[in-house]
Design a protein. Sequence first.
Length: 55
Amino acid sequence: MNNKATTEKLVKEIEITRIKLHNLISEKSYNLLDSEVIKLSQLLDKLLSEYEDLK
């Protein structure tokens, strides 16, 4: 996969994960210490880091 396609795929994955995290936080009554929230937040951090590495 070329760099542009990789970047576009990563951007889509970041956006999907961001929306999931937003919804999960709401479901968990804004408890940011919930284990599921933390796990998804860490995944989003990883994806954002990968995106930065591609720049």
